[in-house]
Design a protein around this ligand. Structure first.
Ligand SMILES: [Zn+2]
Length: 131
């Protein structure tokens, strides 16, 4: 069975980032449809699934790669933003983020150091915070 599947997929494009996003979009549309009963959502979800499957099974690998490249190029800002949000969440486990009361500059202070005097790196004003 597994060998037959591998044989079937030989020479076909397969999955990529664009395919994973369209699969998630169709799943979310189906979930929203399940709660709202708006039939148009189910129709759109099925069309998205058809396009996703068409791309996975396609033998025109150059064209599918080009579509994926275009998608990645035009959604790079979203990936960067998500990376920053994730980085920020990780930082908050070990650091307090304060804003300078004078210039609003974000300042990252390690947690667990007690009351400390902070000097703003931008405007050099000093203020006291608990870390
Ligand atoms: Zn400042």
């Amino acid at each position: 069975m597994r060998d037959r599947m591998i044989q079937f997929m030989r020479g076909r494009y397969g999955s990529d980032e664009l395919g994973r996003v369209t699969m998630w979009v169709s799943l979310i549309l189906l979930i929203v449809y399940a709660f709202t009963g708006v039939k148009a959502l189910a129709v759109i979800a099925i069309l998205v699934i058809i396009v996703t499957d068409f791309r996975i099974l396609s033998r025109n690998i150059a064209r599918r790669s080009e579509e994926n490249r275009w998608f990645l190029k035009h959604t790079a800002f979203i990936s960067k933003k998500l990376h920053l949000v994730k980085q920020d969440a990780q930082d908050r486990r070990h650091y307090h983020i304060y804003r300078c009361p004078n210039c609003r500059q974000k300042i990252r202070i390690p947690k667990g150091k007690g009351r400390i005097e902070i000097t703003c790196p931008r405007c050099h004003i000093e203020f006291i915070k608990k870390s």
